[in-house]
Design a protein around this ligand. Structure first.
Ligand code: NAD
Length: 381
């Protein structure tokens, strides 16, 4: 069978779902590999590198989709791409099944099998395929780099001949995968770093990275911040008030705020209010990683960078992984390669779609003409 990767068509998307290295691994599983010409260019992978890795270069997207038995890509397929689905085709991609009813219906009608990468169950065995985590890790890192790029001072404190420089103070709100990556990057750059999360079980991880976990005078409730499967639940009004009061206290102190707070299947909670922004020092920077879900900061503009009247820069980019396309493509292509390993038990270049397998079942959103989303909960942790 042949695995093909087209060029991403969404404007500004630089990632690619197959790298020369991942192609070599896929060939070891018995597959032929093909790529649309120029698909890896913006991620730093030239056609020649693919050719050297034994990948066939195909001139057009149409020809690529036609030739492939499995199509691996990054972004949710466009209408044109959906039209290219067919009965004997497996598509592996982000698919946003919760917000893409039309896509699910088309894929089912066409009889294609669709594996949605954001649906990979978050169980230990599937960590190597967890594209949400690999991309969140990059987003957290890059958020700190973008903050630094818009901040006029050092992160680390210095005593120099020209004077004493105080260290920057960074607050990370939400210490999930992206938040912890931001904490690690910030402490490694030498900033005094604080992190807050409604799930107090992350305090130990935060502290092990050299940052300080922010506790509220509300410990009972902070103990209840996590609910299903380690994710956050909606906070009570009293807890939220205590949280906002703490943030109001911190706002004039901190130089950089990275917000990453999300609750599955909901708009992002608003945690950094207008008055907090107004009380921040001139030159401070906010990076809102929740921008795509409405933002944690009241003033965030998604996909944009703004500077408020009091000189605070607010960054609402929604393409952090694409801004590090080489790294993101390498990790994403590895996630896909692991998915293909599970789909190819005999390493004979033949896909075996085992709907009894928790990981495959969990991430399959259409199969044999049916919409198979949402999946039943996984049997094992
Ligand atoms: P996420 O992106 O959904 O949320 C980001 C963070 O925001 C979470 O830590 C959440 O607790 C926090 N948050 C929500 N509301 C908040 C509020 N009001 N104030 C402050 N913080 C708030 O989360 P994620 O990074 O995808 O991961 C969440 C969970 O999933 C964690 O328990 C993580 O360990 C787990 N996980 C497990 C696996 C695995 O087992 N394979 C992989 C990845 C993540």
């Amino acid at each position: 069978m042949k695995i093909g990767t087209p060029k991403e068509v969404m404007e500004g998307e630089n990632r690619v779902a197959m790298t020369p290295d991942s192609a070599l691994q896929l060939q070891k599983l018995g597959y032929d590999c093909a790529i649309e010409t120029g698909a890896g260019e913006r991620a730093g992978f030239a056609d020649a590198a693919y050719e050297e890795a034994g990948v066939e270069i195909v001139k057009t997207a149409a020809a690529l989709w036609k030739a492939a038995d499995v199509v691996a890509k990054v972004r949710v397929p466009t209408e044109t791409e959906l039209k290219r689905l067919r009965t004997d085709l497996t598509l592996i991609s982000f698919f946003n099944p919760g917000g893409n009813e039309a896509g699910l219906e088309t894929a089912a009608k066409k009889g294609a099998t669709v594996i949605a990468m954001e649906m990979v169950p978050r169980i230990s065995r599937a960590q190597k395929m967890d594209a949400l985590s690999s991309m969140a890790n990059i987003a957290g890192y890059r958020a700190v780099i973008e903050a630094g790029n818009n901040f006029g001072r050092f992160f680390t404190g210095q005593i120099t001949a020209a004077g004493k420089v105080p260290p920057a103070k960074v607050l990370v709100v939400g210490a999930g995968v992206a938040g912890l990556a931001a904490v690690g990057t910030s402490t490694s750059l030498g900033a005094i770093t604080y992190a807050f999360d409604v799930r107090p079980e992350v305090a130990e991880q935060v502290e092990s990275m050299g940052a300080e976990f922010v506790y509220l005078d509300f410990e009972e409730e902070q103990k209840d911040g996590s609910s299903s499967g380690g994710y956050a639940s909606v906070s009570s009004p009293e807890f939220r008030e205590a949280q906002l009061a703490k943030f109001r206290e911190l706002a004039p102190e901190v130089d950089i705020v990275i917000t990453t707070a999300l609750i599955p299947n909901r708009e992002a909670p608003e945690l950094w209010t207008e008055d907090m922004v107004k009380s921040m020092k001139r030159g401070s920077v906010i990076v809102d990683l929740a921008a795509e879900k409405g933002g944690n900061c009241k003033l965030t503009v998604a996909d944009d960078k703004i500077v408020t009247e009091n000189g605070v820069t607010i960054i609402g980019y929604t393409d952090f992984p694409s801004r590090m396309a080489t790294q993101a493509s390498t990790l994403y292509a590895t996630n896909i390669r692991h998915m293909m390993t599970d789909l190819t038990p005999e390493k004979d270049g033949q896909v075996v779609h085992d709907m009894e397998d928790d990981v495959i079942r969990g991430s399959t959103v259409t199969h044999k003409g049916e919409i198979t989303w949402p999946p039943p909960p996984p049997k094992v942790a």
